[in-house]
Design a protein around this ligand. Structure first.
Ligand code: ADP
Length: 587
């Protein structure tokens, strides 16, 4: 039931009850008062008639008494009866005494006979209404000679009170309506602020933390509303802090380069950041709540997490993921306490160390390659030196051949070392940003590079054609770019057959300048294309060595292109030729 009615109904009912009790009490008092009035009047009238009878009429006999009764009754508008001590009626104002029964048994008569005033209220069978009877003794010489009884119907009182009742009913109605209105206003005054506070509390419960209750006029309600508002404000602040902290955590969590995986004590994934999802090639929303066995199909990782959970977290391991490409992950596990007090879980941080691993492999391969490359000429030189120093050798005429071989191998050694130094210088300078780029004409560089290989080209009857429109300019390091183009022209001449054609050209393409060296040599098979810019990578080891190659030429070209902020690429059709393109920004 609504609070309004809970206040209004008891208030209104108790008002009606009070009104009814007051009316009832007033009615009773009034009725008693009127009855007393009537009794007094009757007593007075009975006294008067008794006086009359005592002084003169009694002696005159029955008829006289009856006649006087009728006269007195008319004048006093009251019924009067005179009875003898034996109860027989001597005179009556309304009926003939002979028709009337003996009144000996009437209670008022007995009282009066005893010398007192007798009074009785009862229903008169003769008149068929409630009457008040009052009887007084008529004394003669000290004894009761007769009894005078006067009576009046009590309906007179009802008549008199009827108007009063009407007024009281009207007044009561007015008062009831007035009180109903007052009770309603009061109930509303109490319930309205409570309703307002209730509505505010409901809005707060539904998450609208900006809801505030209006301050009511009453002190108590005001303090209630104020407390609620304070609570709401505090709740709002706390929620804001929690949301902010959670957002911050989420942002940190999401933007971490390392993959983070939170696993609970039952080996279920609680949380996973986008980096971890990327590394495991999974959808974080789909995996949340799944067991690690279901989510991660890598037995090493499953074993790592099981062990980390068993050991209480601290653990480190490296695993390999075999997907589209091989990936190396370093995993570090830390114990993760469950705030709900359950089994502790484990927080696994995943680091993609594929690049590091590759670099490590590259470094190892490079050392192995360098050692191998250096070992061949050194072994040859050592062998020649041993033969030359052997006194027991039969044919000193061969000395010239061994010395020439030693010189060739020494030259090869020097070429390898030269290229290695050149590469390491390039890397070092690029790392420390020491490579100076200045705007300069690209065609001059091309021409100078081609010029440097004129003799080698002539020896093989190869024609090197330079096709470069004047005015092409870009920020370049001229000596380095010349070295790169030279390496490409050198290769083109080296790998082309006698009388072949090599073309070197440059052209503007969008924001880049493209320098292209093409030949009509044997070309390179597709499978080698991706790797020919690696150090010491050769398509044909023996041929390259025989041609005096170090296997570093294209690696140098690639680093020089990178130092210019550009790149190098190759297109080749086996049997038809190859075309190398260096692309550098023109601005
Ligand atoms: P190298 O000193 O052996 O020439 P490079 O790094 O310059 O080393 O070249 C690597 C390999 O790429 C060569 O061994 C060769 O097999 C291949 N190559 C380079 N240029 C050409 C070309 N113009 N035509 C065919 N093969 C080439």
């Amino acid at each position: 039931m609504r609070l309004l009615w809970r206040i209004f109904i008891p208030f209104f009912v108790s008002t009606l009850l009070a009104l009814a009790v007051t009316t009832w009490y007033a009615n009773r008092s009034l009725r008693r008062f009127y009855q007393e009035q009537v009794a007094e009047e009757l007593l007075m009238k009975a006294g008067l008639l008794a006086g009359d009878l005592e002084s003169r009429i009694m002696e005159r006999g029955g008829e006289e008494v009856d006649g006087h009764c009728k006269e007195f009754g008319r004048a006093a508008r009251t019924r009067v009866t005179v009875m003898l001590p034996d109860g027989s009626v001597m005179g009556d104002s309304e009926q003939a005494p002979s028709n009337m029964e003996n009144h000996r048994n009437r209670p008022e008569f007995s009282e009066a006979l005893a010398g007192r005033t007798g009074k009785s209220i009862r229903f008169s069978d003769t008149l068929r209404r409630t009457m008040m009877y009052l009887a007084v003794p008529v004394k003669k010489d000290g004894t009761v000679a007769a009894v005078v009884r006067v009576s009046l119907p009590l309906s007179v009182i009802d008549w008199t009170l009827r108007t009063w009742y009407r007024n009281v009913a009207f007044g009561g109605l007015v008062v009831a309506v007035f009180f109903a209105a007052v009770a309603f206003c009061l109930a509303r005054r109490i319930s309205r602020p409570i309703n307002d506070i209730r509505r505010t509390a409901e809005r707060l419960a539904h998450g609208d933390l900006r809801a505030r209750a209006a301050l009511p006029a009453d002190k108590e309600m005001q303090s209630l509303a104020r407390t609620l508002n304070q609570m709401a404000a505090q709740l709002g602040e706390r929620m804001e802090t929690i949301t902010r902290q959670s957002d911050e955590q989420k942002a940190v969590f999401s933007s971490m380069v390392e993959g983070v995986l939170a696993v609970d004590g039952d080996e279920r994934i609680m949380e996973m950041n986008p980096a971890a999802a990327r590394l495991l090639d999974a959808d974080p929303d789909r995996l949340r709540g799944r067991s690690i066995q279901e989510a991660v199909r890598n037995p090493d990782m499953q074993k790592f997490i099981s062990c980390a959970l068993a050991d209480g977290g601290q653990k480190e391991a490296e695993i390999v993921l075999y997907g589209n490409e091989e990936r190396f992950l370093q995993m570090r596990g830390t114990a993760l306490a469950d705030p709900a007090g359950g089994k502790p879980g484990v927080l696994v941080v995943l680091n993609d160390i594929t690049r590091v691993k590759r670099l490590e492999t590259m470094r190892r391969d490079f050392i192995a390659n360098v050692s191998h490359e250096l070992k061949t000429p050194i072994t040859a030189i050592k062998g020649c030196a041993e033969i030359l120093s052997d006194k027991a050798r039969r044919d000193p005429g061969e000395d010239g051949r061994f010395l020439a071989m030693m010189a060739r191998q020494a030259e090869r050694l020097s070429a390898i070392v030269e290229d290695l130094l050149s590469l390491s210088r390039l890397e070092h300078d690029a790392e420390h940003k020491r490579i100076q780029l200045e705007p300069g004409p690209v065609c001059d560089v091309l021409r100078r590079a081609a010029q440097a290989f004129t003799r080698a080209a002539d020896a093989k009857k190869v024609k090197v054609a330079v096709d470069c429109p004047g005015g092409l300019s870009a920020p370049i390091n001229a000596p380095l770019l010349e070295q790169a183009v030279g390496n490409l022209i050198d290769n083109a001449i080296k790998f082309s057959g006698e009388g072949a054609r090599v073309s070197a050209g440059a052209a503007q393409n969008g924001g880049n300048i493209e320098i292209r060296v093409a030949d009509e040599g044997p070309g390179i098979e597709q499978k080698h294309l991706a790797r020919i810019f690696e150090r010491f990578y050769r398509v044909d080891q023996a041929r390259s060595r025989a041609l005096g190659g170090t296997g570093l030429g294209l690696a140098i070209v690639k680093h020089i292109a990178l130092a210019h902020g550009g790149s190098v690429s190759v297109e080749s059709t086996p049997g038809k030729g190859s075309a190398f393109t260096i692309r550098i920004p023109s601005q």
